[in-house]
Unconditional design. Structure first.
Length: 540
């Protein structure tokens, strides 16, 4: 028989002691990571790796792990204490590694991040940024120029593949030592995701939208063939408007031109203000424009769980970076409006998927009629036409990104299952199967390794896909609960109230599946997302 009061008191004391250790270390690690992303010098790499390793070493402590195993969760007398214990238990369990392994993994991760950040592709001997490559693939009508840009975008893969595979193998060896089959299995357990459930959701999406995808891909190949004066079966990866076919440029609408004079930062500030979710402080701390040596991607970082929340972007005029800025500030707003009175361990989103859902919800807004009317500067009639075209654009984006996520998710599972297999061939097998993109003849390059997420955000990409599903459920629930129109969500304070109270405030007090059920009155499923896709097709 266990004494609930005594067990709870001892557990609370353990957690308080842990917080006093981990909170300053986590802040140091966040600041070091931020500096490395701003300028990936060797000194910054080493500082970031060392700071991250110190955190993992705390969770590798054997004595504390043994202490946690002696606690019986069912004897704890309140929900918040049980949730903190569960999170700590999982984190300690997945970090019971040799200190040498931890240090080596963090050094490799930091070194790889620097390689990706500092690498600049070369076209005709001249260095160019990722933004420049994206521009060429979006706009050039010269197939040779496009092929050169596409191939240049993959050169970072050859630079990264050696240390990346070394990191994958080290992650796997570490996971096996802890009793897992591989790192992928361990990572999913740490995310509180059942692998069978994830596979079911991915298959549900793939099969549910297959007819829609077949119609879309046939039409897209015909359009690309017409544009470049080739036959549909001759369409190659460089004829697509994105180096990974994550998105598609649509000739009937160019939202980059529509939003060319729209200030992404001011627009983002105004949108959140209209929702009664002011983010001026978040924007003031952000680093938003490109420069040499800086990470070319975008992310949000919660430095201290006390309000120091930072966004990094590389804004250039147009729809892409307007959408990205809304997306990243969506992450930041989630962090900002978590209940500040929660214990440190719970002052975080319920899951990476839940914060992705909010960010994706925000990123969808620029395609809506009310957003176009408010921020594009176009006439009412022009906005109505643009909104109809944007409906098709949204469908296209979501369809294309869904199938890109399927490639990433399935590849990463197989990568950790056997990193010694022919990964270059596996990559193109999956690309051809899910994206229907034809592999270049005789190509045997580590094109997969050109994607930074394998190094920096392992076993993460499914979060985007499941987050998109959540975003559709959130939109449906928001309309039902607030009686708002789906067409003017960005101007309604009721939207902000729902987001703040139903999604943000609870922080990490619930598992992600409990959070979804609480926020939307339904378990996570593909229904709302698939319904959105087919509705968009009918509207477009």
């Amino acid at each position: 028989m266990y004494d609930a009061e005594a067990s709870s008191a001892l557990t609370e004391s353990f957690i308080n002691d842990h917080e006093r250790i981990i909170e300053p270390l986590a802040k140091q690690a966040a600041l070091a990571h931020w500096q490395m992303q701003l300028q990936g010098s060797e000194e910054n790499q080493q500082a970031s790796a060392a700071a991250a390793a110190r955190i993992r070493m705390v969770y590798a402590d054997r004595d504390n792990w043994l202490h946690l195993q002696k606690i019986h969760a069912d004897t704890l007398n309140n929900k918040l204490l049980k949730r903190q214990y569960k999170l700590l238990f999982t984190t300690f369990k997945t970090n019971q590694l040799e200190l040498q392994d931890i240090s080596q993994m963090e050094n490799l991760r930091a070194s790889l991040s620097a390689k990706y950040n500092q690498h600049r592709a070369k076209l005709n001997g001249v260095e160019c940024s990722d933004n420049k490559l994206d521009e060429l693939l979006a706009n050039s009508v010269d197939s040779t120029e496009r092929r050169n840009a596409w191939e240049a975008s993959k050169t970072v893969g050859a630079v990264a593949v050696g240390p990346l595979l070394e990191l994958v193998r080290l992650r796997n060896r570490s996971a096996v030592k802890l009793g897992y089959r591989n790192y992928y299995e361990m990572a999913l357990e740490g995310q509180e995701i059942e692998q069978d459930e994830l596979t079911h959701l991915l298959n549900e999406l793939h099969l549910g939208c297959r007819p829609l995808w077949e119609r879309f891909r046939t039409a897209l190949d015909e359009n690309l063939a017409s544009r470049f004066g080739i036959r549909p079966k001759e369409v190659m990866p460089w004829h697509h408007s994105n180096r990974f076919f994550q998105t598609v440029k649509q000739p009937e609408i160019n939202l980059d031109e529509v939003y060319a004079s729209t200030d992404a930062v001011e627009t983002t500030r105004m949108v959140f203000s209209s929702m009664s979710l002011p983010v001026d402080d978040l924007i003031q701390r952000a680093d938003l424009y490109e420069r040499p040596g800086k990470c070319q991607h975008a992310f949000c970082l919660n430095v201290d769980r006390k309000g120091d929340i930072r966004v990094l972007c590389n804004i250039v005029p147009g729809e892409r970076w307007l959408t990205t800025t809304l997306h990243e500030v969506g992450h930041a707003a989630y962090d900002k409006y978590i209940n500040s009175q929660l214990p440190y361990l719970l002052r975080r989103p319920s899951h990476t998927m839940t914060t992705e859902a909010v960010a994706l919800f925000m990123g969808r807004l620029p395609t809506t009629l009310s957003f176009l009317q408010r921020f594009s500067g176009e006439s009412k009639e022009a906005c109505e036409k643009l909104a109809r075209q944007a409906t098709r654009a949204q469908l296209t984006h979501q369809l294309v990104f869904l199938h890109w996520c399927l490639v990433m998710s399935h590849f990463e599972r197989e990568l950790y299952s056997n990193p010694d297999q022919d990964l270059n061939t596996l990559w193109w097998d999956l690309v051809e199967h899910y994206q229907r993109v034809k592999r270049p003849p005789n190509r045997n390059q580590p094109d997969w390794a050109a994607k930074i997420h394998f190094a920096s955000s392992p076993v993460y990409y499914h979060s985007y896909l499941l987050g998109d599903m959540m975003a559709s459920q959130i939109t449906r629930a928001l309309v039902e609960r607030t009686s708002s129109s789906v067409h003017n969500l960005e101007t309604s304070p009721a939207t902000g109230e729902y987001l703040r109270q139903e999604l943000f405030f609870s922080g990490g007090t619930m598992r992600w599946d409990e959070w979804v059920l609480s926020a939307t009155s339904s378990p996570l499923n593909a229904g709302a997302f698939l319904n959105d896709l087919y509705s968009l097709e009918a509207m477009g």
